[in-house]
Design a protein around this ligand. Structure first.
Ligand code: MG
Length: 125
């Protein structure tokens, strides 16, 4: 499974990487903001199976990134990482095209569970 981890916090990316490396065939690319993420996506011909998107980032935030991705890609699974403060805006993220969201801080179990639920839902669709 190919993951792209987009977060301006390297610590958060490392936490995600550690948890998600339990998924079969996990491979990772990383980006520190939305602009970097778009160039990583453009430079990755096969694309990604799932992209973790932080909401708050410099240069280009997560919601803008989600909209940009969805302009040409309806398929890649997008999971938004929000803080408690952004939770009220989760509906905006869903309208923009995220498949699921996880509220930070999360436990390894909570993240794994969210990813499993996202995969199961995509499979059923
Ligand atoms: Mg952030």
């Amino acid at each position: 499974m190919k993951f792209l981890l987009v977060d301006d916090s390297k610590t958060m990316r490392n936490i995600q990487k550690k948890v998600l490396s339990n998924f079969p065939g996990a491979e990772f690319a990383e980006a520190g903001d939305g602009i970097e993420a778009l160039s990583v996506i453009a430079a990755t011909p096969g694309g990604f199976d799932l992209i973790m998107v932080d909401w708050n980032m410099p240069n280009m935030d997560g919601i803008t990134l989600v909209k940009k991705i969805r302009e040409k890609d309806a398929k890649t699974l997008l999971v938004m990482a929000t803080t408690e403060a952004e939770k009220a805006r989760v509906l905006d993220a869903i309208r923009a095209g995220v498949n699921n969201y996880v509220v930070k801080p999360f436990t390894p179990e909570a993240l794994t569970e969210k990813i499993n639920a996202t995969l199961a839902k995509a499979k059923a669709a």
